[in-house]
Design a protein around this ligand. Structure first.
Ligand code: AP5
Length: 216
């Protein structure tokens, strides 16, 4: 099964994609995580993406399409994947259609994570991640069970994203509205779009997503 989680920054795409990966064995393909890994490694892609990401703008379609094309070609993606952060523009959506058609594959569902914009800044600014295994946490909504210790791998090191600040969130939100939200009518017309209420608790959002995937 191939699905897209689509929603604004902080909607919960990464949170739900991680859970789908753990519980259903689907592969999470997060373009944000791939870019952050490229920045950390100092690769050519990372050098090109770093400043753009820190401003909250979108990395070029050309780079993103090449990145996801290479990733989808890996053997683990053949069983199906969850796209988290891609596509974000019309050009990326068209490229994805071409990639899937070339593999004889299709898109089974696009899950729109509908959220109240006012809540997103709080979600984003409070977010932190285990530096070792990448498990996501939140100052208010999801603290580790033992304070200061990752409940998945036991690490005591956590990181916060550079683009998780109020100013950058405004730019990221504007990019979502201008370039990504216009994809929703396209996927609706294709009959694959399902909307979930991203303002409910994480377990309820997950329940709604799995219900939307049933029967695919
Ligand atoms: P990316 O990493 O994709 O960031 P984003 O889309 O802004 O999304 P976030 O990761 O901020 O949010 P999320 O929806 O995953 O929320 P999360 O689950 O963490 O992209 C970063 C940058 O990379 C972009 O700005 C761009 O520069 C570049 N980029 C990436 N892909 C690109 C592309 N295709 N084209 C061009 N450029 C690209 O949740 C947020 C917080 O809320 C967490 O702390 C979580 O614990 C909490 N939370 C989650 N769900 C709930 C809930 N139901 N209730 C309460 N709290 C919740």
């Amino acid at each position: 099964m191939n699905i897209i989680l689509l929603g604004p920054p902080g909607a919960g795409k990464g949170t739900q994609a991680q859970r789908l990966q753990h519980e259903r064995g689907m592969v999470q393909l997060s373009t944000g995580d791939m870019l952050r890994a490229a920045v950390a490694s100092g690769s050519e892609l990372g050098k090109k993406a770093k400043a753009v990401m820190e401003r909250g703008e979108l990395v070029s379609d050309e780079l993103m399409i090449r990145l996801i094309e290479d990733r989808i070609a890996q053997p683990d993606a053949a069983k199906g994947f969850i796209l988290d952060g891609f596509p974000r523009t019309e050009a990326q959506a068209e490229a994805l259609d071409r990639m899937l058609a070339a593999k004889g594959a299709k898109l089974d569902r696009v899950i729109e994570m509908a959220v109240d914009e006012a809540a997103l800044t709080e979600r984003i600014v409070g977010r932190f991640t285990c530096a070792k295994c990448g498990t996501g946490y939140h100052d208010k909504f999801k603290r580790p069970k033992v304070e200061g210790v990752c409940e998945v791998c036991g690490s005591r090191e956590f990181t916060r994203r550079k683009d998780d600040n109020i100013e950058t969130v405004k730019t990221r939100m504007a990019a979502y509205k201008a370039q990504t939200a216009p994809l929703l009518p396209y996927y609706s017309a294709e009959g694959v779009l399902r909307k979930v209420d991203g303002m409910t608790g994480m377990d309820e959002v997950y329940r709604q997503i799995t219900a939307a995937l049933a029967g695919t």
